[in-house]
Design a protein around this ligand. Structure first.
Ligand code: ANZ
Ligand code: ZN
Length: 815
């Protein structure tokens, strides 16, 4: 037998597996089902190192369950609509479809080479009309229930991509995709009513076995706060201003009010002499991002509107200002400013010379500005009500009761979560199946006319212009109203790609189903996903949207499940030389090059062996060459085994058998607890022990050697499938090792070795104890003294001396 040539091994097994297709989900009730899901990829280029890692980690789990005999659903597909592909296509002067589908084929080829245990028969692309037909169908079901609706408001706008962004897509004031600073625009847009589900999205988190960090991010994003609405009358206006506050107990300290400059209210309250100042200020604010506006570090800015309100408990006239630190679409877009207890209000008051009244007694020695801590209420009494002396919680409920009794306010819960803005002014997305008719208004495209396909627009200018390129396709836009037959127009926006990815895991279960987006019975069998593997960057985007979708579909009676993904595993990033890989740093590592140089298995092994799955991997510190050497070492074992296939290992060398069985027992636990790197270390130890047994132990003909090498092959199949398969063949088996079955552990072989310890009294043997070889002197002494035989022989005599030589001898000298 020659050496180990990874290229030859890869070339040999790929076609065999493709023919065998061993990873098809059976879905026939023959075994317990497990749904293993990995985040599908955007087809914006070939696979990169990050894919290499997530796929390698995910595959360890999926292959483990295959080995254990589960009926595993492990599908693969592409999130093929969207900005990344569209931008790349425009740059290359290609049609997005051409570019997208070419990339998909490239990635598919790389994934096949990477030898992942996917069920290819369920492959889907979200940009296929057969798929987005159902995205549209689902949109219409949301629409019918009021869960999809249109409204005008100021929205996040990316000046580079020339499209709106959801709040979740604005990261530190910048576009999540291109990094451009996000601005605001007033537009009429489609939204999903995610806010209806805010409380359930919070409550059901206790069913999720997700990293605490991700749950915390979702909790903060949803941002539940309990508080009250309070109404302030405005001089010269019929309607009061309603505010939302989490601190109604501080009402006596409300010395002015602030409204969002970009809220309608501000324009209504501004007096003619303040109009000009206000207009100037508003223009400035419109260019600001939400992050900037909420920043606590910035200097406070604002403008007096000229109007006054009345504080309902003090009866004082308080001025109404507009300032950018109040957001238009949170709470009511207006606040009561309480500088004594709120830092931002304090800074604002200080800057503009507005009065400050403390209504909570600060702790002794406090010399700061706004006091946000615990303490009794002060300065909080009028003829009717007094909060003075009450701690915050009691003061809150007392004042809310009073406000409610007077019809001036009410208890409430508020969420930071906003509705999900789903319209995009771009071409490469799922068209919104709504037709706008001059006389009927919004008319849904009838179900039997779905999919409402994208027009081809080959050769048209798709560059972002602020209006969807679809608007220019007049032939496509102009239609008959499905209701009245009159002239009407299609909606020209497309859906955010996160809509496509909010339900793809449901389509996988029955990708050919034609009576709906998925077969409810298949969903009953497979949902929820047992294990989801993917990046942390989706903590509040995709993961929250998918949860919302599943809950909404549950409420429509389409799904029993109320959560999509029971378990979540986040992989770390692959970095290089301590930094994220980037073009500008020139530290990029190409996955394809690594595969060419070291082979698929060595790269996969390196990814898995690098450390805990959620740690970052610095490729500069890795040694794929070392991984390859190990694989060669393991592979060579399979060529020297002499015991024939099927030899009963029972008569084999016990020491080696014990190591083999201990390794399997540990590996099982290690995979289940996601400590894959330690599992690899244990396989390495088994390889070393086997080598030693062959070279300087019982020799290659011992049945225990066959057992050990077969075990190495099966365990290794989780990480290095090509090597494992070739070993399996060398050992005289037929493909595929992937379905060989997880080795069963003989519990008798897990029992720790023991040593016989002699216990003497004054040099005479009185007892023999079976003890662990690594027992400590102290433990052994205790054990010896506790022996019945020893106690009887001592017969109450005291001890002069105890000599302990662990683990073999204890000599007791009586007094
Ligand atoms: C008075 C007050 C006193 C407040 C105090 C806080 C502390 P969370 O917990 O984040 O929900 N607020 C309300 N609407 C706002 C808006 N549109 N833009 C900016 N700030 C707004 O925050 C709720 C608190 O944030 C509210 O309670 C309000 O200020 C402010 F010692 O009212 B508070
Ligand atoms: Zn009509």
């Amino acid at each position: 037998r020659g050496g180990y040539d990874f290229n030859a091994v890869q070339a040999k097994w790929r076609p065999v597996w493709e023919k065998l297709d061993p990873f098809k989900a059976r879905d026939d009730g023959s075994a317990e089902r497990r749904y293993a899901l990995t985040m599908f990829s955007y087809p914006s280029g070939d696979l990169h190192m990050g894919h290499g890692e997530v796929f390698a980690l995910h595959d360890v789990l999926a292959r483990f369950w295959f080995q254990q005999g589960y009926d595993v659903l492990n599908p693969i597909g592409w999130d093929s609509f969207g900005l990344p592909a569209e931008n790349a296509a425009i740059k290359r002067n290609e049609h997005p479809a051409t570019y997208t589908y070419a990339n998909i084929e490239t990635q598919a080829e790389s994934i096949r080479r990477y030898a992942l245990s996917f069920d290819w028969s369920r492959r889907l692309h979200t940009s296929d009309p057969e798929y987005y037909r159902w995205t549209q169908w689902l949109f219409l079901r949301f629409y019918e229930r009021g869960l999809a609706y249109r409204k005008a408001s100021y929205v996040n706008w990316c000046p580079n991509d020339q499209t709106v962004l959801a709040n979740e897509q604005v990261v530190q004031g910048r576009c999540e995709r291109c990094g451009f600073e996000v601005t605001k625009r007033e537009l009429t847009q489609w939204y999903f009513k995610t806010t209806d589900y805010a409380q359930r999205l919070l409550d059901d988190m206790d069913q999720l076995q997700w990293p605490e960090e991700i749950l915390l991010q979702q909790r903060n994003w949803i941002g539940r706060s309990e508080g009250a609405f309070a109404d302030f009358t405005v001089e010269g206006h019929a309607d009061p201003i309603r505010v939302f506050t989490t601190r109604p107990d501080t009402l006596f300290g409300a010395t002015f009010m602030v409204v969002a400059p970009d809220a309608k209210l501000a324009a209504e309250l501004v007096t003619p002499d303040q109009q000009e100042a206000f207009d100037t200020y508003l223009a400035k604010v419109k260019g600001e991002t939400e992050i900037e506006r909420l920043s606590t570090e910035r200097d406070k800015t604002g403008v007096f509107l000229g109007s006054y309100a009345i504080n309902p408990v003090t009866g004082e006239r308080i001025p109404i200002w507009a300032a950018d630190y109040v957001l238009a679409d949170y709470g009511t877009g207006a606040i009561m400013a309480v500088p004594g207890q709120d830092t931002r209000d304090w800074e604002f008051a200080e800057k503009f010379g507005l009065p400050i009244v403390r209504t909570v007694q600060p702790e002794d020695g406090f010399d700061g500005k706004a006091y946000t801590g615990e303490g009794p209420a002060i300065n909080s009494a009028n003829d009717e009500i007094s909060l003075d002396g009450l701690p915050i919680a009691e003061a809150k409920s007392t004042i809310i009761d009073w406000l409610e009794s007077k019809g001036l306010g009410e208890r409430t819960i508020n969420y930071r979560l906003r509705d999900w803005l789903l319209s995009r002014q771009r071409y490469w997305g799922c068209p919104i199946p709504i037709i706008h008719c001059g006389s009927c208004g919004e008319v849904p495209v009838p179900d039997d006319q779905l999919p409402m396909e994208l027009p081809d627009l080959r050769g048209a200018d798709l560059a972002p212009k602020g209006v969807s390129p679809l608007a220019a396709a007049r032939d496509w836009v102009e239609v008959e109203c499905p209701k009245c037959g009159g002239p009407a127009e299609r909606d020209t926006d497309t859906m955010d790609t996160f809509v496509d990815s909010s339900w793809y895991f449901l389509r996988y279960m029955s990708p050919e189903y034609t009576d709906g987006p998925f077969d409810p019975e298949a969903a009953e069998r497979w949902m929820p996903v047992y294990q989801y593997v993917g990046g942390k960057e989706h903590a509040v985007l995709h993961l929250l949207y998918a949860r919302f979708f599943v809950k909404a579909l549950h409420d429509m009676g389409l799904l029993t499940a109320i959560e999509p993904f029971t378990r979540l595993l986040n992989q770390g990033q692959v970095i290089n030389q301590g930094k994220a890989m980037s073009k500008s740093l020139g530290n990029g590592v190409n996955l394809g090059d690594q595969l060419d140089e070291f082979g698929v298995d060595a790269v996969r092994l390196t990814m898995v062996f690098a450390g805990p799955p959620d740690d970052d991997i610095d490729w500069a510190d890795m040694s794929p060459g070392g991984s390859l050497k190990f694989l060669q070492r393991a592979w060579r074992l399979s060529g020297v085994v002499e015991a024939p296939v099927g030899t009963d290992p029972a008569t084999g060398d016990q020491a080696l058998r014990k190591i083999t069985h201990r390794t399997v027992a540990d590996a099982t636990e290690l995979v289940e607890s996601h400590r894959f790197n330690v599992m690899v270390a244990r396989i390495m130890e088994l390889v070393n022990a086997t080598r030693k047994a062959i070279d300087s132990g019982p020799g290659a003909a011992d049945p225990a050697v066959r057992e050990a090498v077969e075990t190495v092959a099966v365990l290794l199949s989780l990480v290095a499938p090509y090597t494992a398969e070739d070993m399996w063949e060398n050992l005289g088996h037929e493909a595929t090792v992937a379905k060989a079955g997880w080795p069963t552990v003989d519990p008798a072989l897990l029992v720790q070795d023991s040593v016989t310890c002699v216990v003497q009294i004054a040099g005479k043997v009185k007892d023999r104890l079976e003890v662990a070889p690594d027992i400590s002197d102290a433990d052994l002494e205790q054990l010896a003294l506790a022996s019945d035989a020893v106690q009887k022989a001592l017969d109450g005599r005291g001890l002069r001396k105890v000599i302990v030589r662990a683990p073999k001898l204890v000599n007791i000298v009586p007094a």
